[in-house]
Structure formats: C-alpha cells, structure tokens
Write a new protein. Sequence first.
Length: 397
Amino acid sequence: MPRPVESERLRALPPYAFAEIDARAAELRRQHVEVIDFGVGDPSIPTPGPIRRACREGVERYADAGYPAYAGAPFFRQAAADWLRRRHGVELSAETEITATIGSKEAVFHFPAAVCDPGDVVVVPSPGYPPYAAGARFAEAGTHPYGLFADRGFLPDLEALERSLPPRARLLWINYPNSPTGACATRDDLARLAAFARRHDLLLASDEAYIDLWFGEQPAPSLLAVARERVICFFSLSKRSAMTGYRVGFAAGDRELIGALRRLKTNLDSGVPTFIQSAAAEALADETHVEQMREEYRDKRDRLCAALERLGLPPARPAGAIYVWQPLPPGLDDREAARRLLRPELAIVTTPGSLLAGPLPDGRNPGAGHLRFALVPPLHLVDEAVRRLTSIPWLDG
C-alpha cells in the first residue's frame, strides 16, 4: 500500500470544527434554504469607509514598495504602540516589542514552534480556539487542557491546575475577552495568572483578539497592563474593525519573545502587504467605529439572549467578545441540538460546544451541553432567527 500523502502530524489533527459547520451550511444553501449563520465568527458588518479609503490610498502610495518589512512597516508598529499607550496605558518599543502578523491566527498557531522543544507541554483552555492546541502539536509539543466553567466565571482553577501541571509545561495560553464563553477578566484576574506563570516558569501568551469588544462599564484590560516579562499578547484588527479579510494584526510584549516570533516568521512568510498595514494604522487611530461595533454587537446579544431566555434556557449574556455560550437543558446533547437547528424549517447554524473543547484529564468535556452562537448575522437576520427559535419547536425534539 502506498504511503499516505498527508504527514502523520497532519493526520493527527482533529477536523477543524468550523470547516464542518461551513459544509453543513453549504448543503442547506444548495437546497435554496435561507440559512442564518451563527457558526463562524466572521462579521457581516462592512469594513468602515475610512479604513477602506486608507487601503485604496495605500495601494497607490506603496505601488513600488516591493516585499513588506518582515516585522511590519515602522509606521504600523508605531500606530500599534500609540494604540497600546492610549488604550491600555502601556509603553512599548515599536522597534523591539511589537511585530506585525497576518491576522492573529497564523501567529497563534506558529508561536509554539518559536519557543517549545519536542516534548514540552503547552497548557491550553478547554473550550478554546483550536489553533492553540493544533500549533502545539505541529511544534511536536504536548498539550495539557484546563477547563473553563461557569461556576468559576470561566477563569482557570489555578489550584487544580497547579496540582496537575506537567513537569515540562512550557507555555500557558489565556484568552480574554474569551471565545467562546464571552467572559472578561479583571486586572486582578490577569495579575493572578501572571503570578502563576512566573511561579511555574511558564511563558504566558494572551490571545486578545476581542480586547475592544466588551459590554460592561469598564474596558477589558490587557495582560500587558499588569505584566511584561515573559509575556506576549496577540492582537487582531479582524473583529474590532471588521477587517477579517485583510489578515492583519500584531503581537506585543517581551522583546525576547517578539524576537523569537520574528525569527520564525522570517522563515515562514514575507510579511503583511504595506497597503494593508496603512489601512490597519487608520483603524487603530480611530475609536468611533469600534464604539459603533460594540453597540451593534450588544444589540444583537440582547435580542438573541432575550429570546433564548424566553424559551426557559439559562441566562448566558456574554460580558465581551462576539459569542453567546448557551447552556442547554440537561440531557440534550449539543450536537443533537445543533442538528435540530439545521432542519430546513429552522436553518440556523450554530457550533456544538463539544467541538470547541477537548476532554480534561478527568474525562469531562467542558463544552458538552452548550451551543455557541456567533453574533455575526445582520440585525434583521438576528430578528428572523429569534422568530424561528421561539415559534418552531426544537428543544424537545
């Protein structure tokens, strides 16, 4: 029998959860069914006009620019540094402590390869963004999941984690505002996490893709506001500025970690196009459109959650990010619930929570019994989803 085309490393990866959801939605669309897609977190909000204009102008300004700088154009890194100072009160060197990334997904995935050796262990949240664990596997590192549960505010149980931490634990991932739970961490929470990482000689990586999408009275804090040494944070323009298709973000933090990521990326890619960076710099300089984004997501959240509560489901209004992490009635499997919602008369795409979580050492799956709704359809389709959810039976079979 011929050797398989795919490597063992690739075959060991589980199916990407969102790819499965995309396939289901496509099948319904082929049947000419109007699908309301709460599956993948890809905003339907158009990229704001000033950002698009900056992109167009950048195409002309940098017409003969050639390859972009690996670490990012100086003007973009300075824009990121200025934003960090205004938004978080953090002073970083644009030269040595910030680097451009192609969105945040590729950097999140590749970062373990820059800092982990084979046999090291990456500590990841469950539920959590799949590239945390996938990137560790590609770096030939192990993974050790920690659970996120509602009774702890979806924060790590540090006492339990301390007892179970593997000897070769190298890197700890955190993510607040959190996907998929919508939880936000306070400065005190982040300080405790940073102290835990220092105590156990862990590198601490914070995925802050949703840092500007918070719904409370206080802005969501960055880990960089409480710690800097052996800390790296990943930021994205995708959600805050509706720039998913532009693929631009940045990493910031400890200069040694930024240097390691830069060295890796010079062997992987040729940087972010300079005209895209000009659009991103414009986005970082403006907060008005971000406030409008927050208001729109808050409105969608409130309408959808009110409908789910009317059905008798537990309240699950997120404090941040763009997801509703909805607990289901006892005994209703999350995959079965998602299948019911994909009936043609409902045609609502969600993500089963168990696809976003791996089993813990004790065998529990923290995502079981939950559905994730990404608040990305336009408002009129959220209202249509509310009508379908509340008028067509689905919870009882």
